[in-house]
Design a protein around this ligand. Sequence first.
Ligand SMILES: CC(C)(COP(=O)(O)OP(=O)(O)OC[C@H]1O[C@@H](n2cnc3c(N)ncnc32)[C@H](O)[C@@H]1OP(=O)(O)O)[C@@H](O)C(=O)NCCC(=O)NCCS
Length: 160
Amino acid sequence: MSKVLSVQLRDPCDSDLAILFEQQKDSDYNNMAAFTKPDPSDWNAFHEQWTRILSDSNILKKVILFDGAVIGSICKFQMFGKTQVCYGIDKNFWGKGFTTSALEQFLHLIDERPLYAQAASDNHGSIRVLEKCGFKLIGTEIGFANARQSEIEESIFELV
Ligand SMILES: CC(C)(COP(=O)(O)OP(=O)(O)OC[C@H]1O[C@@H](n2cnc3c(N)ncnc32)[C@H](O)[C@@H]1OP(=O)(O)O)[C@@H](O)C(=O)NCCC(=O)NCCS
């Protein structure tokens, strides 16, 4: 019998941070996400940011688990007065439908609509995840992407 691959979500804790740090530090991950922290290899900055996230009850955050291991994270937060979602998973687990499944589960935890998400316009994986979960493209803007060290186009998505 073939095994059904599925992910689970759970609340993150301090001991997850070292794992998430390693995942987001990867150069392909950064290049794809584009709008990243100035220095993804700066543990202190990462730890400081996540310590704030963990203590902020206005941010909904989950780690994504596969086979009991932490493979990524997904968050809902306020930015510029809009409720946004954002996610990322370990490169070793890309292309298996895991983020689509995680976002589908995450959306069931959130009553409020509309929700927004942004992705570099060449981040086809993220854009496809959003489309598969019902988000629609509503516009684009140009922004400075740390990981590319240049201004690039970002696509803005809405889920109503
Ligand atoms: C973007 C990201 C979250 C996608 O996660 P994933 O688990 O690989 O996505 P899924 O497996 O659920 O794939 C969903 C769809 O995207 C497609 N896809 C995934 N990666 C792709 C890529 N690099 N190029 C083109 N399509 C891609 C899949 O084929 C699938 O579409 P399909 O069902 O029509 O075939 C993952 O690559 C990642 O963590 N990247 C780095 C961080 C990042 O970019 N986060 C998002 C910031 S906006």
